[in-house]
Design a protein around this ligand. Structure first.
Ligand SMILES: C[S@@+](CC[C@H](N)C(=O)[O-])C[C@H]1O[C@@H](n2cnc3c(N)ncnc32)[C@H](O)[C@@H]1O
Length: 190
């Protein structure tokens, strides 16, 4: 169980960053009926699909918002107790900008939960790892193009790996909770 889930009673606002069609976002809203859950994404089609899914499921406490220019609304500053990024961080073309915007909308004692593929940043360390081999293929066609789709187009993808991710988070003044070299990691403002 994640650290964030120990405090479900006190969670009022949740953000699912890079929500895609909103499957997880809707589940979070069902799980946290007293919280308001927001899903944001830069992809218009994903947000339209997420809104359709919300209407089908009839979940009142979830809202989907299209991110224009990557930037979240100023009124969201320090709004969120819990932010999730599921299979998103390694896809971002401008992770420095996104993470500073995520920090801005996170409450001072808020928690961010992140899942990325558990791939070592040193490619040689993945030798013999069939899952990593399969993920590299997906990444070539999905994650890497996404991470190169806008300036500054860092081109991370799955090969970025969990060691580079940990360094990236620490260099952005974030405190990692638990094992920083796991696919699933949580962090707070340092
Ligand atoms: C692999 S999908 C994961 C979707 C969802 N989290 C899930 O697990 O089903 C990555 C998502 O990140 C979104 N994304 C990419 N760059 C983004 C950005 N700068 N801001 C917000 N979302 C972004 C993509 O549009 C895509 O929907």
């Amino acid at each position: 169980m994640s650290v964030a889930l120990f405090y479900t009673d006190t969670i009022t606002n949740v953000l699912d960053f890079g929500c895609g069609p909103g499957s997880l976002t809707i589940k979070l809203a069902e799980y946290l009926p007293n919280a308001k859950v927001y899903g944001v994404d830069i992809d218009r089609n994903s947000i339209e699909k997420a809104k359709e899914n919300k209407a089908k499921e009839n979940i009142p406490n979830v809202e989907f918002v299209l991110l224009e220019n990557d930037h979240m609304d100023e009124s969201w500053t320090k709004k969120f107790d819990w932010i999730t990024l599921v299979d998103v961080l390694h896809d971002l073309p401008n992770p420095n900008f996104s993470i500073s915007d995520i920090k801005r909308v996170l409450k001072d004692d808020g928690i961010v939960s992140v899942i990325d593929p558990c791939v070592h940043s040193d490619h040689k360390m993945n030798q013999g790892n069939q899952t990593a081999a399969m993920l590299y293929v997906f990444s070539t066609f999905l994650c890497l193009p996404c991470s190169m789709s806008r300036e500054p187009a860092v081109g991370n993808g799955v090969g970025w790996g969990v060691e580079n991710r940990a360094e990236f988070l620490k260099s952005n003044d974030l405190k990692i909770l638990g094992d920083e070299h796991n696919g699933f990691v949580q962090f707070q403002k340092a």
